[in-house]
Design a protein around this ligand. Structure first.
Ligand code: AMP
Ligand code: MG
Length: 321
């Protein structure tokens, strides 16, 4: 459907999220091909529905290696590397804990501490054994489970970007529900909203203007439950087995690739603002916006985007060194 500014919006529900594609041409066939591409990758990566290559790997835990397709191997390899970074909050083998907590699904409740301790022993990333030559993945201990929920959308958003480029699209936007990828710079750039945590669906703290960049947000308000006055959200600390508990409400990453954005949102959740900004000084290509419980909006730097504050309950307190 065309809007006044010549943008055509196409939408679908995939990966449990509303998906939006914006183009500057009326092209149902292209939109259909993009949604099919997303579906194909979703089917490979999901841990919730058969047939899925990742579920086949998980089912064979403690038994035998499983040969997987190049995209699945590539993503698991990358996820393992991120998991093995010193002190990493990212862990691709977090599956048993994610399944046990069921955060945001029917029956979610705080599990007994001894169960969490026991499940932590099944989340060791070094026990994900990869064989590059055979393209196989072997989970060395029975009960282990890979979960790519934190990065599958980032990987898929990058593949959609590549596909649109190959098809000759010079300006477009794909929103995979939290992962936004932009091509080109119509009217000087794309405007992407920064969501206001625990507010209405459309409430924004502000907007970013970007061109040819990925914008990924991960927030504790996305999926959570409350018990005894405490908010238990869906980003787990692989060191404790409990949701990460710090000053952060959301982390947004602006980067070239959405996969980097997805990995870094989780890494930075674990680091917090100060250590996170220090870590990003080594990565000029990756920039973060932290939103804290004290209603601060903190940018690690602002080279690749402009930010406009819209909500006067929040204030910008940049940590730019
Ligand atoms: P995101 O919304 O991108 O932050 O991803 C959250 C999802 O990643 C969760 O729903 C889990 O499936 C998974 N997950 C939770 N904690 C971790 C973690 N520490 N490392 C990797 N994946 C995680
Ligand atoms: Mg993520």
């Amino acid at each position: 459907m065309a809007s006044a500014d010549g943008v055509y919006n196409y939408s679908a529900v995939l990966m449990g999220s509303p998906i939006q594609l914006r183009l500057f041409e009326h092209n149902e066939a292209l939109a259909g091909a993009v949604f099919r591409l997303i579906k194909q990758y979703e089917n490979r990566f999901t841990v919730n529905r058969e047939p899925s290559e990742v579920m086949a790997v998980n089912r064979a835990a403690g038994q035998h290696p499983v040969a997987v397709s190049p995209p699945v191997y590539q993503l698991i390899r990358c996820a393992k590397a991120a998991s093995l970074l010193p002190g990493s909050a990212f862990n691709l083998a977090i599956g048993p804990l994610v399944k046990r907590w069921k955060i945001g699904f029917h029956g979610d409740a705080v599990p007994p501490a001894d169960e969490i301790r026991q499940l932590l022993t099944l989340t060791r990333p070094e026990r994900v054994i990869l064989d590059d030559a055979a393209s196989t993945v072997f989970l060395a201990d029975a009960g282990m489970e890979i979960d790519l929920g934190a990065i599958a959308k980032g990987y898929i958003a990058d593949r959609v970007r590549d596909y649109l480029r190959r098809e000759g699209v010079t300006a477009g936007l794909i929103n995979l529900g939290g992962n936004v990828h932009t091509l080109g710079a119509p009217d000087g750039g794309w405007t992407v909203g920064l969501k206001k945590p625990f507010a209405g669906r459309d409430a924004l703290i502000g907007t970013l203007t970007v061109a040819d960049k990925s914008v990924v947000t991960s927030g504790i308000y996305e999926r959570y439950f409350e018990q005894d006055g405490h908010c238990y959200h869906h980003i787990l600390d692989p060191r404790s087995g409990y949701p990460l508990d710090n000053e952060l409400l959301s982390v947004t990453i602006i980067s070239r690739d959405s996969l980097d954005g997805d990995i870094w949102t989780t890494l930075l959740y674990g680091m917090g603002v100060t250590a996170g900004c220090a870590a990003l000084r080594q990565r000029e290509d990756i920039e973060a916006i932290f939103v804290t419980r004290h209603h601060e909006v903190i940018c690690s730097s602002r080279r690749q985007f402009q930010f406009t504050l819209l909500d006067d309950q929040y204030r910008i307190t940049d940590n730019i060194a």
